[in-house]
Design a protein around this ligand. Structure first.
Ligand code: ADP
Ligand code: ADP
Length: 235
């Protein structure tokens, strides 16, 4: 079955009288695809990513109508804990998931949370740190990382439970070119693993080589579904 299936999905935030943040969205995302959600600020990209990963309506007060399924579970009915280990999310401004003081403990946290034994945690953390070039930073306080390092850590942490789906919302906003390149390389590796990757981005150029399909949003409505080549021809 599909990784995500939305039928006539409409989202209204409870605290506004404004028009819906998403309206009548129909969308299917298949396993192993890398899809790009694009559109200007306020078009609904972030809302859609948070419907997909279940933050809406469970963590943000909103009314969702229509049908919305992630990995076969109705997102409006399913507690977000169900997706732990299945869907990895990273946001524009990554926050520490707890009061971790070091990169090592931040990486270890999701494993500790599910009761993984100490030896296994050590192995996994070492593997992921090596893979994503964080080994030399393991004992560093997370408060002493650069923006790019913080984001690389957030992505690496999202991989530690080996989810099959990733939701990345504007993860390179405010980063320099070198950091963007390093993050591109991390995503390329996740795609090579066979993961499904959902990216919300308004800066397109850096991700295009990874992208299989592009969805454009305008004022909460899905306006185009394109191949990267078609998007290229439009611009
Ligand atoms: P994008 O990610 O494309 O910038 P968003 O999904 O953040 O778009 O926003 C879509 C619409 O929903 C905008 O009109 C925005 O102002 C509104 N919106 C976003 N988040 C909230 C929220 N937490 N509460 C109320 N309205 C919101
Ligand atoms: P390690 O801790 O594994 O020794 P470093 O963080 O010191 O790795 O980085 C080693 C080199 O790899 C640096 O030149 C750095 O710019 C590069 N690098 C860091 N992160 C990435 C990445 N995600 N993809 C590709 N190269 C990277």
């Amino acid at each position: 079955s599909s990784v995500y299936e939305g039928k006539n999905v409409t989202v209204n935030y409870l605290n506004t009288q404004a028009t819906p943040a998403l309206e009548g969205l129909d969308m299917t995302i298949e396993a192993g695809e890398c899809v790009l959600l694009t559109g200007i600020s306020g078009s609904g990209k972030s809302t859609l990513t948070q419907v997909i990963n279940g933050l809406i309506p469970h963590y943000l007060p909103a009314v969702v109508s229509g049908e919305s399924y992630t990995l076969g579970y109705a997102t409006t009915e399913t507690p977000i804990e169900t997706y732990v280990g299945e869907v990895g999310s990273v946001f524009q401004n990554p926050k520490s998931q707890h009061f971790a003081t070091t990169v090592r403990s931040e990486l270890a946290f999701p494993l500790e949370n599910i009761g993984t034994d100490v030896e296994e945690i050590e192995q996994q953390v070492a593997f992921v740190a090596e893979r994503f070039h964080l080994t030399s930073l393991l004992e560093r306080s997370i408060f002493d990382l650069s923006g790019g390092e913080k984001q690389r850590l957030a992505i690496a942490t999202a991989t530690i439970l080996k989810p099959s789906v990733y939701v990345f919302d504007e993860i390179t906003a405010n980063l320099d070119e070198e950091s963007v390149q390093q993050i591109y390389e991390m995503l390329r590796q996740l795609k090579a693993d066979g993961a499904t990757i959902i990216l919300a981005e308004h800066r397109l150029a850096w991700v295009m080589p990874l992208v299989d399909r592009v969805f454009t949003l305008e004022a909460g409505k899905l306006t185009h579904q394109l191949s990267p080549q078609e998007l290229w021809n439009l611009s």
